[in-house]
Design a protein around this ligand. Structure first.
Ligand code: FAD
Length: 327
């Protein structure tokens, strides 16, 4: 096996959601070298995983912005400092070293860093698996839809009855050749307004039905569903979007020796945790009065990075200067 090369940076950010991405911008502005690690294969955290096609109305400066466009803008803003992305990798362990910290990743890589900023949101997401989906991931079954265009002219079956399932049905309808929604119950958890929109578009909705078998060689070409009545039905499908929800937990971060409160990391007004050189911001960080929003995460990212910059270099100013003077 090829040995995994270690990475050395000033700051390791754990979690490339909106907060982590903006923190990476700020760290670059403070001339710190940065790596961002995320268990997901794409940056954007909850926005990318759960609602990339939804409009967001409460991000300062954007009267309305689509989730995926906000993430793309954050990545563009951050990339001017060329951070290192370590995607598809979970941060597992953290150890104090003589001159900083060493963070162990799931693939065996070690990141040596002077400081760590935890922006891990609700923790690592895992999609609830489609029971019949087994080894079909990569051959037709997807749990994330990073690019709608990948499903152009396909017959797509969306499985689930929550907001994500209906949102995907709406978003894919103009692109796919056909969209069918399959749900194992008769009632839906999704907002009634979205259900009505999907119905009005004429998207077939098959309820009281489960995916029994996927077929194709090697790529998916059809699936068989089993109805509560016992009947079976075959649908053409080159793609199945399994929108059965996610589970999330802080996992390894819970054993990093931090003070926790209701599965969030306690921080002080500088966003510092109970451990030296370890800060937290965004949904994962908590303090009295905390409000979990993208807007709050942005402010906390700036506070955390400026304070940790001073912890790393006591001669540095806490106030970073105005970015408008730097252009
Ligand atoms: C359906 C929905 C709609 C929403 N609408 C709005 C809205 O309109 N306005 C608003 O302000 N907020 C909204 N939110 C909330 C908003 O998405 C969150 O506040 C925001 O995503 C928090 O950003 P974050 O970067 O702190 O964390 P997250 O977005 O949760 O990102 C954390 C990242 O950390 C990664 N991670 C966790 N643990 C590890 C580990 N050990 N190793 C590596 N990576 C790890 C995860 O994979 C994830 O990518 C909504 C949320 C949902 C679910």
């Amino acid at each position: 096996m090829t040995p995994v090369e270690d990475v050395e940076v000033d700051l390791l950010i754990v979690g490339a959601g909106p907060t982590g991405l903006f923190a990476a911008y700020y760290a670059g502005f403070r001339e710190l070298s940065v790596a961002l690690v995320d268990a997901l294969p794409e940056p954007g955290g909850q926005v990318t995983a759960m609602y990339p096609e939804k409009m967001i109305f409460d991000v300062a400066g954007f009267p309305a912005v689509r989730g995926r466009d906000l993430v793309a803008a954050l990545v563009e803003q951050t990339d001017q400092w060329k951070p290192r992305y370590l995607l598809g990798r979970q941060a597992r362990t953290i150890e104090q070293t003589a001159d900083g910290l060493a963070v162990g990743l799931a693939d065996g890589q070690t990141v040596r860093t002077k400081a760590v900023l935890i922006t891990a949101g609700m923790g690592e997401f895992r999609p609830r698996p489609l029971p019949a989906g087994g080894d079909w991931v990569g051959r037709g079954v997807v749990y994330f839809v990073p690019a709608l265009d990948a499903h152009r002219d396909q017959d797509v079956v969306v499985v689930g009855g929550g907001d994500s399932a209906f949102d995907w049905a709406l978003a894919l309808h103009p692109i796919a050749r056909s969209v069918t929604l399959v749900h194992r119950r008769a009632a839906f958890r999704a907002h009634q307004a979205t259900v009505t929109k999907v119905r009005e578009l004429g998207v077939p909705i098959i309820t009281d039905a489960e995916v029994a078998e996927l077929r194709g060689d090697p790529e998916l070409s059809e699936l068989e569903i089993k109805l509560k009545s016992g009947d079976r039905k075959v649908l053409p499908a080159q793609a199945v979007v399994a929108a059965l929800g996610f589970t999330a937990d802080l996992g390894p971060i819970e054993s990093w020796g931090l003070e926790l409160d209701h599965r969030a990391v306690l921080v002080d007004s500088t966003m510092r945790t109970a451990r030296q050189r370890i800060y937290a911001a965004g949904d994962v960080a908590t303090y009295p009065g905390k409000v979990k929003l993208i807007a709050t995460g942005f402010g906390e990212a700036a506070t955390a990075v400026n304070n940790l910059a001073v912890e790393l270099d006591p001669q540095a100013h806490l106030f970073p200067g105005h970015s408008s003077n730097a252009g």
